[in-house]
Design a protein around this ligand. Sequence first.
Ligand code: SF4
Length: 459
Amino acid sequence: MVAKVKHMQAAQVSPQLIEKYGLAGPRYTSYPSALHFADDFQETQFLQDLKSQQEPISVYIHLPFCRTMCWFCGCNKIVTRKQDKADRYLDYLAKEMLLWRAQLTDVKVGQVHFGGGTPNFFNVQQIDRLNALLRCYLPLTPEVQISVELSPDVLTEDQVWAFSRLGAKRASIGIQDTSPMVQEAVNRPQPMHCNVDAVRWLRAAGFTSINVDLIYGLPHQDRASFRQTIQDVLALEPDRFALFNYAHVPWLKPTQKVFASDIFPNPMDKLEIFQDSRETLEAAGYTFIGLDHFAQHDDELAKAWNNGKLQRDFQGYSVTESAAILGIGLSSVSQSPKAYRQNFKQLEDYEAALDAGQLPLAKGLALTEDDGIRRTVINRLMCQLKLDFANLSDELGIDFADYFKTSLVDMQELVTDGFVAMTDTGLVVTKMGRFFLRNIAMQFDAYRERQVGRCSQTL
Ligand code: SF4
């Protein structure tokens, strides 16, 4: 049985292994990755999938505005100080929700997530209007779960209460790094008192889950500075941490060109920063989940991880069991069992489509049967760190060992390097292999040759 394959103990990763596996590769928040979405996509399949959902779906709503630009940022955002842009954006969100409502006659919405950009760019009146739109246009279940991403540096207590009125009970706050030197280098000044206030206000307003986003691999970080960041954030007692590997893709995100190449920690430093953080968080009672998340033992995410119910989608790891996620707003991505679709990224294109009474579809991808099989396998690996070949054969209607014979031959090299333990019946990612999880998943990726030079480094 796969479960009986013994995990290897963590070992020192050699510079040779770092060099060998320091490749460009997707984060596998989707498969195939968004790089393969095409302009000529027809959304008939997606709409059919959406309408046929028996269980409540999830909705993602993108709120793209930010007051300032963080140089490292890879999100789709619009940097502006003009507050009235949010009013106009809400007008267009209303138009889009109205169009989707016509598609959701027999479908309910069980989860809503507001992401950005900076959702708390919106002022209290604008958040209240968002609340009204949500309840007017989307068929929410009575027990709908609502979550929001917040940026503590521009957050006010009144905004927290406005999101609470909207029904949000979960918040994810972006801290990234508490070192003033790092913050200055990335143009994100955020004194610690902003983070302390944010958490205090959220708890007082009844938020039951607070996640903190951190990024390792940023300019000027080293082991000592990031240890301090972890200690600073632990003092806030968040329920969850996401510890993201900085994605340096200046050919896609030109603001990253501001960074000199010699101010980044090297891949070995990054590995040590991650291992230090992991040890500290585990010692503090957090469970290490998947690639880069940590949660307190009694948190839903930790329970889903322990029960094999963890999910992965465009927002990272989640407990959502929705087979369909509907993305609303600029650049939002939707996913269904057989397709992905993405809205326009440029505001003028997004508005023009809605002015013409059309859904603002920019591109997408209809999954082939092979895409669907590989998506299941890669998702299982990212969420459970193991594959049971017999179970997957039954579930997918294939002979796993035969279907993936080339992948399994290639996998032998990762077995030799200590990242994977494999038998005839399955494979398990080792403790050391977790740092190379994206590399392991790449063995099942039919598009990997075409992604070279287009993704961030895995290490
Ligand atoms: S606040 Fe967030 S979305 Fe906005 S620029 Fe900074 S990292 Fe990007």
